[in-house]
Design a protein around this ligand. Structure first.
Ligand SMILES: Cc1cc2nc3c(=O)[nH]c(=O)nc-3n(C[C@H](O)[C@H](O)[C@H](O)COP(=O)(O)OP(=O)(O)OC[C@H]3O[C@@H](n4cnc5c(N)ncnc54)[C@H](O)[C@@H]3O)c2cc1C
Length: 416
């Protein structure tokens, strides 16, 4: 069998084979050795210094940072016919090395696509220019607020459920007030895409607008770095906006920004599911090695039937996630009618399955599974993060049922 949990080469296009090979080389040469040699770093080094500059510089040199930046600016244009599938392949491979890094880079992919589709030419010139010139420049996508983000996913399209962050138009500017939390790259981004209510009289789907807000805009303050359970090489942060004024041309989408963002970055859930899959593959590979080296009870662990059963279960789950991921990614690329349902399905299935896979990995390592210097506990922590990224599993399940049974389940989560 080919590598467990990864699509065989024969299923890939030339572009995908090349991207996976490039990414695998980067992960095996740069990321994995760094993580293995610095097990305590994610806990004891200040967030601002935690990721050494060469990690991003090497990602940049390999072309992994600038996916979505148009080729005219020097970025990597993926074949649109297979774009979501390629994002899945790259995110899986990156996450074998470190999932915080995947989240860090994926924000850049997402915002590059939003910039490309929605920003005026002169702002694309400015921001793609700066993004290409500085391999450390990060971007963040700010939706979540203190009041439950689940309302946004369902969504309750009524004025009472509108975002608390507000933007008011005055004198050629938009004045933004509010607070965003749990934002990937929120602590160290240079450019933020911020969603705010601009029409309190209508529901969230019609009254939410999006803005480009550079970090140095007066009134924008990064108020904290969230120290998280896993994904600790991505600095999750909180940002407040106090009479933060951006010029008119920084408005990206007025009113229907949530719908547009989903259309323009449809591979979002694919990338999230793929990130989880990569963690599971890494946990499986380390565990397969361990049980074929460690002798207990006079024989290799793998020769104990209960151990073999657990290993088989891990491998089967990885293959199942990989198959559903491919099915969902193809649906995104083809714009199939069942795309939305499949994206939520793969998000939930991958998060739950990979937590199980990592749980088995911890179990099969015995006491080593809990030791920081071995690294298995990190996979488990990283996997847990995916339960809450891009909607919770319960909300995603509810979305699946709403899609499958719109006449009945559709009705009681608010009008759509
Ligand atoms: C690592 C990480 C990175 C993130 N990155 C970003 C980012 O870059 N940008 C961004 O905008 N956000 C980001 N988020 C936020 C994420 O999208 C939200 O945390 C997630 O959608 C859940 O929202 P919440 O935390 O407000 O939970 P809540 O909405 O408060 O939910 C709490 C609990 O209530 C349940 N619940 C809520 N409503 C219902 C209902 N109607 N019926 C049944 N159960 C319900 C939920 O399932 C959950 O169990 C990130 C989160 C994490 C953990």
């Amino acid at each position: 069998m080919d590598k467990v949990g990864e699509l065989p080469d024969r299923f890939l296009t030339d572009e995908q084979r090349m991207m996976r090979e490039t990414c695998r080389r980067y992960v095996d040469r740069v990321v994995k050795p760094f993580i293995a040699a610095n097990r305590e770093r994610e806990w004891f080094v200040d967030p601002a210094e935690r990721t050494p500059p060469e990690i991003l510089e090497e990602a940049d040199a390999a072309g992994l940072r600038t996916l979505g930046v148009p080729a005219e600016y020097g970025g990597v244009d993926l074949d649109p016919a297979t774009e979501a599938q390629t994002f899945a392949i790259i995110a899986t491979e990156l996450s074998r090395g470190d999932t915080g890094l995947t989240i860090k880079l994926a924000q850049g992919w997402k915002i590059s696509i939003i910039l490309r589709e929605l920003a005026p030419k002169h702002l694309q010139d400015e921001w793609f220019g700066r993004f290409m010139a500085d391999p450390h420049l990060l971007m963040a996508h700010c939706l979540t607020e203190q009041r439950g983000a689940s309302d946004r996913w369902l969504p309750y399209n009524v004025p009472e459920a509108a975002m608390e962050t507000k933007a008011v138009h005055e004198d050629g500017h938009w004045r933004i007030n509010g607070r965003k939390q749990f934002i990937s790259n929120g602590y160290d981004a240079t450019l933020y895409v911020v969603y705010a209510n601009t029409d309190p009289s209508v529901g969230m789907l019609d009254g939410t607008s999006s803005f480009l807000v550079p970090r140095d805009t007066p009134g924008l303050e990064v108020t904290r770095c969230n120290e998280t359970l896993g994904g600790r090489y991505e600095n999750n942060g909180e940002i407040t906006f106090t009479d933060c004024r951006v010029p008119d041309d920084h408005l990206l989408a007025e009113g229907r920004a949530l719908t547009l963002a989903r259309n323009y970055f449809r591979p979002g859930k694919i990338t999230v599911a793929a990130g989880a899959l990569g963690v599971g593959i890494a946990a499986f590979e380390d565990t397969a090695r361990f049980v074929q080296e460690r002798v207990v009870g006079g024989r290799l662990l793998i020769k104990h039937q209960a151990v073999a059963g657990r290993l088989a279960d891990m491998a089967t789950k990885l293959e199942a996630v990989s198959a559903l991921l491919r099915r969902a990614a193809v649906a995104v690329d083809n714009d199939d009618p069942d795309t939305n349902t499949l994206c939520f399905m793969v998000k939930v299935f991958s998060a739950n399955s990979i937590v199980d896979v990592c749980h088995q990995a911890v179990e099969l390592h015995g006491g080593y599974g809990a030791m920081m210097e071995v690294g298995i506990e990190k996979y488990y922590r990283d996997a847990l993060l995916y339960l809450h990224t891009d909607s919770t599993t319960d909300i995603a399940n509810f979305k699946i049922v709403k899609d499958l049974f719109p006449q009945t389940a559709g009705a009681y989560a608010g009008p759509e």
